[in-house]
Each structure stands twice: as structure tokens, then as C-alpha cells.
Design a protein around this ligand. Structure first.
Ligand code: HMG
Ligand code: MG
Length: 286
């Protein structure tokens, strides 16, 4: 990747919708993904193969994957916390899978019902299986700066989990400010430490925009050499196990911000606007 090229990974169908209370019809999810497929993304996170009890909104993961129109050159990714999720993802034809850990013990318990160490053990067979099948494996670390249950998270806690995901063979590790409370100074400190565990070329920034710091946090990350960011059309999003978490940073806002700074994303503004309008129409009035 040339230094001026930035890749945005689209999150709306997964991180964007997983927190919506009202169950959105499968056809509408498919229509959202199909619109997003026209925007110029290389990677789209479509859904999660997780427990239906934990995330009822994404219980139709298999049906969504079966109905989307796949655009050549786009990788359709899904979350897979365990082997059951991985097997289902393979049957559904996922191009990429992701495992998701946390830098905070409390969030790990609330999100995936186990400790950080236990989660790494659960991910190990998923990592092995994805390697065997040649499926790219992405990793997430949630709560890299702030945890909804514990407050500030130490940079070394984040770096430690990044290192473990790196060792499991993740080609890229996405650093999540899950509740969007991370200040640029805290993100800066976190990155300085995390960069001793993995190079910038293997890291992505995943910022939620609760307190309006997301774009500045992307700016700080760019200075540290990161060139991949997660975002969500229409700023959709929030995590069910992170009380108070707002949407992912808006894709169009990120694309405009990057373009003002002289970076290229390859995204099509008009198509992004269309996708964002459609994303908004799915949202329950609150
Ligand atoms: P558990 O309850 O500890 O363990 O769940 P379990 O193995 O006993 O499973 C419970 C039930 O789920 C069982 O069903 C399993 O069969 C079923 P029952 O016997 O009770 O009828 N089950 C599954 N069903 C479908 N697909 C599967 C699967 N696995 C088990 N793969 C588990 C552990 C990890 C499964 C659960 O806690 C879970 O699904 N958690 C998912 C939570 C989640 O999706 N959170 C949001 C995504 S992470 C996020 O948003 C952060 C991120 O955006 C970055 C950031 O912002 O920081 C990535
Ligand atoms: Mg998230």
C-alpha cells in the first residue's frame, strides 16, 4: 500500500446494525450490503456468526450471506468467536473472518462471557482452521483506551492482547475505541506502546464517535503510520455490551477528512450518500 492510500473497512451491516433493538428484515440488510458494495470498498463486514441469544439482530447471518450480490474484488467478512461460528461462516462462503478480544477483563466477560486468556484459547482453533483453509483472519481488540466497566485501560494491556492476536496469525489487528471515549492524547500513548507489539502496517483504527473525537483519533493514528480505518455509513452503530457506545465514525466524514488531508480512499461520495440515506431509513426512531 502506498503511504497516501488509505483503506476504509465498512462496518454498518455488522457493527452498525447489531445494536438496533427492532429486528430489521433480512431483505433490508441485504439491500444495505448491496448498496455498500457499490461504494468502492475492498472489505465489507457483513454480519456475525455468534449466539442468537446474545445478538438476536444478526441471527439471520446465514440468510444474509446467501442473498447478497457479491461484487468481484470485494471481500465479505464476518465475525466468528468460536469454531461453531467459523464452520457456519465457511458454509456461508465468507471471504474473511474475524476474532474479537478485549484489552479489558470486564468487557471480555460482558461481551463473550470469558476471560481474555480463555478467549485467546477459544480463538486458537479458529486461527488454525482459517490458516488451513487460506481464509484471511482479522483480529479486534476492544476497549484499547477506555472500558465501559473499568474506565481507563493501560496501553500495555492493549499491547499485550495485540501481541497475542499477532501470534495467532491475524494479518491485521483493529484497535477498538469501543465506547468512543478515547481522547487523542490517550490514543497517541496507546499507539506508542502497541507499535512495539505489531507494525503500523498490521494495525487498523476502529473508532466510535460518542464524544466527537473519532476524526482526531484517526489523525493521530495516521501520524503513527496506520492506513486502515473502520467506519460505518450513516454513522450507524454501537455495541450491545458497551452501554453508552454510539455509532462507528461515519464513513463519508472519514472519506472527506482523509481527502482534505491528501489521502486517497477510492470511495465514491455519491454512492456513500445513497448508502447512508438507506442506512438511516433502517434505524428505529429513538
Ligand atoms: P456462551 O453463552 O458463553 O457459551 O457464549 P456457549 O458456548 O454456552 O453458547 C451459548 C449458546 O449460544 C448455546 O446455545 C450455543 O449453542 C450458542 P443454547 O445451547 O443455549 O441454545 N452458540 C452459538 N450459536 C450460533 N453461533 C455461534 C455460537 N456459539 C455458541 N458461533 C459466545 C459465548 C461467544 C458464543 C457468546 O458470548 C456470543 O455470541 N457473544 C457475541 C457477542 C457479540 O457479538 N458482541 C458484539 C461484537 S464485538 C464488538 O462489537 C466490538 C467491535 O466492534 C470492536 C470495538 O468496537 O471494540 C468488534
Ligand atoms: Mg465496534
Amino acid at each position: 500500500l502506498l503511504p497516501r492510500d488509505v483503506s476504509i473497512v465498512e462496518m454498518a451491516p455488522r457493527d452498525g446494525l447489531q445494536n438496533e433493538k427492532k429486528i430489521i428484515p433480512t431483505e433490508a440488510k441485504v439491500a444495505l450490503v448491496d448498496r455498500i458494495s457499490n461504494c468502492g470498498f475492498e472489505r465489507i463486514e457483513v454480519t456475525s456468526f455468534v449466539s442468537h441469544k446474545w445478538v438476536p439482530q444478526l441471527a439471520d447471518a446465514k440468510e444474509v450471506m446467501a442473498s447478497i450480490r457479491r461484487r468481484p474484488g470485494v471481500r465479505y467478512a464476518v465475525l466468528t468467536p468460536n469454531m461453531r461460528g467459523f464452520e457456519a461462516a465457511m458454509l456461508a462462503g465468507a471471504d474473511e473472518v474475524a476474532i474479537f478480544a478485549s484489552a479489558s477483563e470486564s468487557f471480555s466477560r460482558h461481551n463473550i462471557n470469558c476471560s481474555i486468556a480463555e478467549s485467546i484459547e477459544q480463538f486458537r482453533p479458529v486461527a488454525l482452521a482459517s490458516k488451513e483453509r487460506g481464509i484471511p483472519l482479522r483480529g479486534y481488540v476492544s476497549c484499547v483506551v477506555e472500558c465501559p466497566y473499568e474506565g481507563a485501560v493501560s496501553p500495555s494491556a492493549s499491547a499485550d492482547v495485540v501481541e497475542q492476536l499477532h501470534r495467532l496469525g491475524c494479518y491485521e489487528i483493529s484497535l477498538g475505541d469501543t465506547i468512543g471515549k478515547g481522547r487523542p492524547e490517550a490514543v497517541d500513548r496507546m499507539l506508542l506502546t502497541v507499535l512495539s507489539s505489531a507494525p503500523a502496517t498490521m494495525l487498523a483504527g476502529h473508532f466510535h464517535d460518542t464524544d466527537g473525537w473519532a476524526l482526531e483519533n484517526i489523525g493521530v493514528s495516521l501520524e503513527h503510520g496506520l492506513r486502515v480505518f473502520d467506519a460505518s455509513v450513516g454513522g450507524l452503530g454501537g455495541c450491545p455490551y458497551a452501554p453508552g457506545s454510539a455509532g462507528n465514525v461515519d464513513t463519508l466524514a472519514v472519506a472527506n477528512y482523509l481527502s482534505r488531508k491528501g489521502f486517497r480512499t477510492g470511495l465514491l461520495t455519491e454512492k456513500l450518500q445513497e448508502a447512508a440515506a438507506f442506512a438511516h431509513s433502517l434505524r428505529s426512531a429513538d
